[in-house]
Design a protein around this ligand. Structure first.
Ligand code: CP
Length: 304
């Protein structure tokens, strides 16, 4: 049984095959409308979500399957003190696949040890968000025509941003990737990611503090939110939350074919005036997220 806990759990060949399936679903969704008939997905969200939960649910429904679960742990027996392994064993008795989001790093892996069915990590604390990375990679691939040979700018909360950690790990496997890492000193990429991925694999990267410094060099700009929920101290959040705001003026220096991504939700970090710029990909990205999750579910349930 295969789980998806870390963005590195999928080989490059497996990624390619998922993207190919996602593209085929986009081309003719009707071919896949019943492949998950009689299958049930459990969606256990211990932490709030709009896109991940609803795109997983929409994906399963569009494949002809059904969904059970909770969007708040307080509405389940978790509120009575039930452990993650007990909850997973129980839901695994009803469902064929379980999607878990949890505020604690490592919780989905812990859940997978006791699960009788495959588990997908839908985001664990400030650690990993592998299905967001599938979304991001498919968006870059569809927009830029390739995944390698690009300069990827990543801006915002690079310390707690789980989507950032998963994306760096995964896209580093493609040839010719360079990173421009833009953050305040307090929110830099964790040392373990720099040591284990960037330095170990000799991947060029620079760390800077302003968007303007490298705007003209980037092929992809991945904006992220400063995440209030990860801060221990409200004053630090308030001080850092509006450090970066991408607007039309800053984009004047950007490449004409820059792709602007954001995992969403955004707060202030991309001005709404950018939404109509042809380089803004973040709402298309949301839709790719649903298609790639359709491909992932169908693949993990071995129905295609
Ligand atoms: N990108 C993302 O994980 O969004 P949600 O928190 O709304 O699921």
């Amino acid at each position: 049984m295969k789980h998806l806990i870390d963005s590195m759990d999928l080989s490059l060949e497996e990624l390619e095959s998922l993207f190919e399936l996602a593209r085929d679903i986009i081309k003719d969704e009707s071919k896949y409308n019943e492949v998950c008939k009689n299958k049930i997905m459990g969606a256990l969200f211990y932490e709030p979500s709009t896109r991940t939960r609803l795109s997983f649910e929409a994906a399963m429904l569009r494949l002809g399957g059904q969904v059970i679960g909770f969007s708040e742990a307080s509405s389940s027996s978790v509120s009575k003190g039930e452990s993650i392994p007990d909850t997973i064993r129980t839901v695994g008795s009803y469902a064929d696949l379980i999607v878990v989001r949890h505020p604690k790093e490592g919780a989905p892996r812990y859940a997978s040890f006791k699960s009788p069915v495959p588990v997908i990590n839908a985001g664990d604390g400030g650690h990993q968000h592998p299905t967001q990375t599938l979304t991001d990679l498919l968006t870059i691939r569809q927009t830029k025509g390739q995944l390698g040979n690009q300069t990827i700018g990543i801006c915002g909360d690079l310390k707690f941003g789980r989507t950032v950690h998963s994306l760096i790990k995964s896209i580093s496997r493609y040839e010719g990737i360079k990173f421009v890492l833009i953050s305040p000193p307090e929110l830099k990429v964790p040392e373990y990611i720099k040591k284990e991925i960037l330095i170990k694999k000799n991947i060029p990267f620079i760390e800077i503090e302003t968007l303007e410094e490298a705007m003209s060099e980037m092929d992809v700009l991945y904006m992220t939110r400063v995440q209030k929920e990860r801060f221990f101290n409200e004053a630090d959040y308030v001080r850092l939350k509006d450090t970066y705001i991408l607007d039309k003026e800053k984009l004047e220096y950007a490449k004409k074919d820059l792709a602007i991504l954001h995992p969403l939700p955004r707060v202030n970090e991309i001005s709404e005036e950018v939404d109509d710029d042809p380089r803004a990909c973040y709402f298309r990205q949301v839709k790719y997220g649903m298609y790639v999750r359709m491909a992932l579910i169908a693949n993990m349930l071995e129905v295609v």
